[in-house]
Design a protein around this ligand. Sequence first.
Ligand SMILES: Nc1ncnc2c1ncn2[C@@H]1O[C@H](COP(=O)(O)OP(=O)(O)OP(=O)(O)O)[C@@H](O)[C@H]1O
Length: 231
Amino acid sequence: MGGHAKELRATHRAPRVEAGRVSAAAVTFRAVTCRYGRRTAVDAVDLVVGPGEHVALTGANGSGKTTLLRAALGLHPLAGGGVGVDGFEARRGAEWARRRREVAWVPQRLTAGRFPLLVDELLDSGGGPGAARDAAADLGVAGLGRRPLHSLSGGQLQRVFLARALGAVAAGARVLFADEPTAALDFDGQEQIAALLAALPVTVVVVSHDRAMSRACDRVAEMAAGRLRVS
Ligand SMILES: Nc1ncnc2c1ncn2[C@@H]1O[C@H](COP(=O)(O)OP(=O)(O)OP(=O)(O)O)[C@@H](O)[C@H]1O
């Protein structure tokens, strides 16, 4: 673990998520390959993330980071390889559904559009409604519960999705995938979220172009043109 990560973990506690009540799982990406039509977006990626380890996934735009995480959740088909959580590789629909309960998820490109959900309804959908609402309060979006998602600003929406994911962790998810969770946040928000994720006692894979986030992680893995370079 890097010195900065240790320091952050020592000084910040994730809100309402107690270390003793959650456990972390290993995540194993094994020769993961994904395509869009004939174009290969993720090319035989191998990565082992230990239980409780925090890995920042960086790399140029279009290098395959989002596709890799979506494939690990069953949201993009695998053209080859597999993704194990504590050694178990999902294959069938029900197994992917279980995977999405095991792995808390902060998606990228939070365009709620006209999606007809209220903030509270989204918070309640992550499996840990009470903890998600507590996290929403800690993240400064508690007062937005009756607002439709499409009426929020980008940063507010990002905080709501983070709160939902923290609720899922409190409810037992042992892994968190977050795809650019600070992209829409102000500077204070970026620091707050980097510290908050650093304090989480679960396995974390976070896509980020934000150096504070990379520094708060144990390790950086860099994607380039669909391939992975681990430092
Ligand atoms: N729906 C899609 N249809 C076709 N090609 C796609 C689609 N989504 C992504 N791609 C392509 O797959 C490749 C990887 O995209 P991906 O979104 O995984 O990259 P990324 O590293 O997450 O990028 P960014 O940092 O910009 O978010 C890119 O070449 C992209 O153009």
